[in-house]
Design a protein around this ligand. Sequence first.
Ligand code: SF4
Ligand code: SF4
Length: 99
Amino acid sequence: MIFEMPSCGGCRTCEMACSFRHKGQFIPSVSSIKIIDKKGEPGYVVSIAEIHDNETIACDCFAKQHTPLCIEHCIKSKDLGQIFKDFIEKTISNDPIED
Ligand code: SF4
Ligand code: SF4
């Protein structure tokens, strides 16, 4: 699922943080969050994985942790946090999570 994030500076710390959360190492390719360049336009696109896809691991901790590592280490944590709230709302409305 993708979201516009005009305030994102493209540092990709969130990718590193997420890969550390999954693997205990900094391997951005496994991160559930991907930062996509908008090629000349301000801000970046944030992609959050809903399913495992090749090396990418589905996002699985936002709903379980008060402040996941990706948000904790983002300099625009408030904006990224809002994106995750939208992600969870859309995920639940599209495909209810089973107990
Ligand atoms: S850590 Fe925040 S500012 Fe940096 S790339 Fe990720 S979302 Fe953007
Ligand atoms: S909420 Fe957790 S699993 Fe999802 S992108 Fe952030 S650190 Fe990764």
